[in-house]
Design a protein around this ligand. Structure first.
Ligand SMILES: [Fe+2]
Ligand SMILES: [Fe+2]
Length: 293
């Protein structure tokens, strides 16, 4: 993946770390990992053993994500992107732009990003949900254009988590947080950290990624339920495991019903022979072409 020099993680002497090039062959390797991890019908024991589902590249991806997503980084990225200064596009133009990320490694089995978005929207329509809900399905991954803006994989995808307070062990690979500089800041490592009890998630800075970006881009045009669905769809520790409830207020609790309704519908449809075997899942094509930054 081609990225600009100033966005790359740096060694102390300012040189780019070799191992911090994009570890995932495709961004959707992460989506596949999540789909496997939350596959229905898993036993408690299988569920706890998430490492069995993670291949070395996914593990390396989480190592980077947990190490580099500091509160400072999140605030910097919010300042950079949330002013929405990247120009205007229609939804379809944005989808076509996202589609320029292509992985041609296996063109027979992969689906394009647009196909993935349409399949998601169609699954929601078939399930009988209202039009704004269907639209949210189409929008949910458009924030991955961050990759085309030169962001490293660990700043685009991955389970999101609050920065500036203690890390929950319900976040996958919690041991990797030890390398995050915020771990050494005592003020950040109490349960509430820089936040107040039940201050509401709108006041909490989650690790930066495609959820926050698409939420910001579409916020003015969607009902609040949809805003929550888009903004928190990768906040698995909260919507699947009930972590961080001490930061949520009553309104968040009520709105998370929608996040929980939305998430199972985001899994890619699979043929019966693919059930439970992520290696056989059709995967959305995803690779940054040279010169696209
Ligand atoms: Fe998706
Ligand atoms: Fe997503």
């Amino acid at each position: 993946m081609k990225r600009t020099e100033e966005r790359l993680p740096l060694k102390e002497d300012g040189a780019v770390l070799e191992e911090d090039q994009a570890p995932l062959k495709e961004l959707d390797e992460w989506d596949d990992f999540v789909a496997t991890r939350y596959r229905q019908g898993k036993s408690e024991e299988e569920f706890r053993n998430y490492k069995a589902d993670a291949n070395p590249t996914v593990t390396e991806f989480y190592r980077q994500n947990h190490k580099y997503q500091t509160l400072d980084f999140v605030l910097k990225k919010k300042a950079e992107y949330c002013g929405l200064k990247r120009g205007k596009k229609s939804i379809w133009e944005m989808a076509e732009y996202l589609n320029t990320l292509v992985d041609d490694s296996d063109p027979d089995t992969d689906v394009t990003q647009i196909e993935h978005l349409l399949q998601t929207a169609e699954a929601i329509r078939k399930d009988g949900h209202p039009r704004w809900f269907i639209l949210s399905g189409f929008l949910h991954d458009l924030g991955k254009v961050l990759c085309l803006y030169g962001e490293p994989q660990w700043a685009v995808v991955g389970d999101t988590f609050p920065a500036g307070c203690a890390y929950s062990d319900q976040v996958v690979f919690p041991e990797f947080f030890a390398a995050n500089p915020d771990s050494g800041k005592p003020g950040y490592q109490t349960p509430y950290g820089i936040y107040e009890p039940h201050c509401g998630l709108d006041n909490v800075h989650l690790s930066f990624g495609h959820d926050e970006y698409i939420f910001r881009v579409t916020q003015k045009y969607l009902p609040e339920e949809a805003q929550y669905m888009l903004r928190y769809h990768s906040f698995y520790a909260a919507h699947r495991h009930g972590a961080y409830r001490y930061l949520m207020n009553e309104h968040d609790e009520a709105m998370f019903e929608w996040v929980r309704k939305f998430n199972p519908l985001l899994e890619r449809p699979r043929a019966p022979e693919h059930q439970g075997n992520p290696a056989l899942l059709p995967r959305a094509r995803f690779r940054v072409l040279p010169g696209q930054n």
